[in-house]
Design a binder for this molecule. Structure first.
Ligand code: NAD
Length: 478
């Protein structure tokens, strides 16, 4: 028996959770439930995160959390419980299977069976944003080696255990050569450890277009956080089944499972809602717990129920569906089908003994790190880069000099184009003369001089090489 934490949530949450738990119980899932209260009531009692300290204690003790959707009250100040939970519990992997149920649920893509695996903790979601000038705000995109290794390994282990044939990686490393470049590089490294699984990399733009057009060519797709956020919704929608999809958020210690839809308050309390999304989350939970036989039994019974045309209102279609049922009756139909397999839809077989092998990340030995220069970011309201270059001549150093000015990444000095539009946010790159080094005190000296001449430095960025390889981008056009 595994003790899990359950939150019944708001709106349709309690009904779909009861339906899901009834199915799990009937199928013989080895779980015991501790129920906690999260969501609207907790928010409205004055707790801006929607969850109490006592509930956190239970989630952290049980480690496995099955969560129904919650309602986030309108108005400012309420923090997303999902984002908080993912980050606090280190749930680095978001797994969302998107399966077409053609011809029983309408879709343009009859043979789609894609699993999107999204990195869940870093990228532009680190939430580090700063306004630096009147005109420019930055958001830091943080990509780490442990973050990449954990999510890419998760994707290959998922493919291995679920008998999937191919893992595809989507990045934009033709533009973001350092950040997305690392994600792609780690993908190539880890793919070598799984020679039995096909691997490929697509640039995200054409990859996304292909996914929307011909999803049948994909199997498992792994990608950084932002791309995964967008494309997992696209994939669920084009499978024809946003209301039928579940998702898993997996960490090294804890995991959270849920439906991808919200609390649909207008449908609450009417025995109308489709419990399938949450049930899909719960099936992933059972697999995660190693209860693959129960997971398989429920998934096949669910597929059979869909195939029998026993449908809730949201997927009911005259001519295709046979019987329009409520939440409770749908769950009863799934229970009656336990032990049966679908005839037309593809039944599932989950490996009985295979468990994912997800080693803890160990920090690699430090690399040789050399300081090669510095970028000073300047707030300056002029428009002519040549004039800014003249102003920057006030910053004098025997070995270090201004080598380039960019504006929004595009080189505007020396030899810029007068057509290039410039904002009030300039990057001035200082590098030592050939054969000379640069130290941190040199940078402090440059900054002191800038301050003495009224130059408004809003940020500095050190330029490093690691093991002799340049580890910063060149200016566009440099
Ligand atoms: P929603 O997903 O709750 O509902 C959109 C529409 O989809 C509903 O009106 C309903 O017609 C349909 N629908 C959704 N789930 C269904 C189901 N299981 N069965 C049948 N029909 C279903 O999205 P929304 O209306 O934008 O959001 C409502 C609330 O849910 C908001 O407070 C939002 O913040 C919250 N929300 C919570 C989560 C979560 O807890 N993970 C996720 C998304 C939205």
């Amino acid at each position: 028996m595994t003790r899990i934490t359950v939150a019944k949530g708001d709106g349709i949450g309690p009904e779909i959770m009861d339906a899901t738990l009834n199915i799990l119980k009937a199928a013989g899932a080895q779980i015991e439930v501790d129920e906690i209260q999260v969501g609207e009531k907790v928010y409205l009692s004055g707790n801006t995160s929607g969850i109490s300290d006592e509930s956190w204690d239970i989630i952290r003790k049980n480690k496995i959390f099955l969560k129904a959707p919650i309602t986030t009250p309108q108005g400012g100040g309420y923090k997303s419980l999902n984002v908080t939970t993912r980050k606090f519990l280190g749930l680095y992997s978001n797994v969302r299977p998107c399966l077409s149920l053609h011809p029983f649920v309408s879709t343009k893509h009859p043979i789609m069976d894609v699993v999107i695996i999204r990195e869940n903790e870093e990228d532009l979601y680190a939430g580090i944003e700063h306004q630096q000038t009147d005109e420019v705000i930055q958001c830091l995109k943080l990509i780490s080696r442990p973050g990449c290794e954990k999510i890419v390994r998760y994707a290959f282990e998922y493919a291995r255990v679920q008998n999937r044939k191919k893992v595809t990686c989507f990045t934009k490393d033709n533009i973001m050569k350092q950040t997305d470049g690392l994600f792609h590089q780690v993908f190539d490294e880890i793919a070598k450890e799984y020679p039995e699984i096909e691997n490929e990399h697509w640039i995200i733009d054409i990859g996304a277009a292909k996914l929307a057009d011909t999803p049948e060519i994909f199997d498992v797709i792994v990608m950084p956080n932002l791309y995964g956020d967008v494309l997992s919704d696209v994939a669920a929608q084009i499978a024809g089944s946003v209301g039928l999809a579940g998702s898993a958020n997996i960490g090294e210690e804890c995991a959270m499972f849920e439906a991808i839809h919200g609390s649909a308050p207008r449908r609450a309390g009417q025995n109308m809602a489709n419990p399938s999304g949450l049930l899909q989350g719960a099936i992933m939970m059972l697999s995660h717990l190693g209860q693959n036989d129960v997971a398989e039994k429920i998934q096949n019974a669910w597929l059979k129920t869909i195939e029998d045309g026993v449908h809730t209102y949201d997927i009911y279609k005259d001519g295709v569906s046979k019987e329009k049922v409520g939440t409770h009756e749908f769950a009863e139909a799934v229970i009656a089908n336990l032990g049966h397999k679908p005839q037309i839809l593809k039944g599932v077989t989950y490996s009985k003994d295979q468990k994912m092998i997800l080693p803890t990340y160990h920090r690699k030995p430090a690399q040789k790190k050399d300081l090669e220069g510095v970028d000073l970011f300047i707030h300056w309201s002029g428009t002519d880069p040549n004039q800014l270059a003249e102003i920057m001549k006030h910053i004098q150093h025997p070995n270090i000099s201004l080598s380039m000015i960019t504006n929004r990444g595009i080189k505007v000095w020396p030899n810029g184009f007068k057509e290039t539009f410039c904002t009030d946010h300039w990057r001035c790159r200082f590098k030592p003369a050939e054969g000379n080094g640069i130290s941190k005190s040199d940078i402090i000296d440059l900054l002191n001089q800038a301050e003495n001449h009224g130059i408004d430095v809003v940020k500095t960025e050190n330029l490093y090489s690691f093991n002799g390889v340049r580890a910063y981008s060149l200016g566009q056009g440099q």
